[in-house]
Design a protein around this ligand. Sequence first.
Ligand code: ATR
Length: 288
Amino acid sequence: MTIDGYTRTCGLIGNPVEHTLSPLIHNTLAKKFSHNLVYVPFHVDEEKIQAAVEGAYALNLLGLNVTVPYKSQVMEGLVQIDELAEKIGAVNTLVRMEGGFKGYNTDMPGLYRAMSSEGIQIEGQEIILLGAGGAARAVAFLCAAKNASKVYLLNRSIEKAQAVAGEVNAKTGKNVIYPMALSDYHQLPDQKFLAIQATSVGLYPDTERAVIEDEAFYHKIHTGYDLIYKPFHTRFMQHVKEQGGKAYHGLKMLLYQGIIAYELWNDIAVPEEMAAAVYEVLKEKIGI
Ligand code: ATR
């Protein structure tokens, strides 16, 4: 594309941003839609985060994505925050409005759209959620909001599992999250579950480990969804498959959080064929 006086700029702020796949998602979309738009990663130091958001607004940027470690911190400087993002307590997308940016969370709707595209349901399901960190907390909100019938939230530190369960149950008014210690997994009912892996165990370069290594646990999983996409085939996924379940990695979640951000910035709906075409570009880039 030709950059000219009409080119709109979007970007990513975070630290680090050097390995991000987001420019590939957004610049591919811009090309496919023939939008005069570029997407650029910006490495921002912690003490500069508010200045970066203000500066981006002053520079007439159309929107920003926000990645680790700023998803909560960035909320201070926004003129409005979407209700879901407010509940989750994390914002990953800023949309230009009158007077400043509005914050959204597209990670969770992204996960939901990724799961739906694979035919995985949350509504009415009994779910095992592994982890109680930032990512797991957001997934717990999603599961409650989408009417899961029961979510067993397992975490190494039971206190954190209890805190997240208490908060999500209170804020959604749905008593569906049941905290458990990770080591008590053998107490889970003897049935098949959808399991969502939201701990950091197995993330590159720690690729040889899964958060639970006992194959008896994986007997209880019909579908395993790992939020990790680096590596693309995690040890958790391998365990699930070895016990006969279906396993998915987090690359489609990455795709759809980007698609939803692009939709918000441009006030359009990205058709499924377009999303699928961008997914092929992503897969080709990473060699899967
Ligand atoms: P994120 O933002 O990716 O969710 P986080 O907030 O640091 O990252 O959360 C990491 C999650 O992985 C937590 O649930 C953590 O368990 P604790 O709350 O007990 O720390 C989990 N985790 C990390 N390393 C782990 C390990 N070796 N065994 C089990 N769980 C682990």
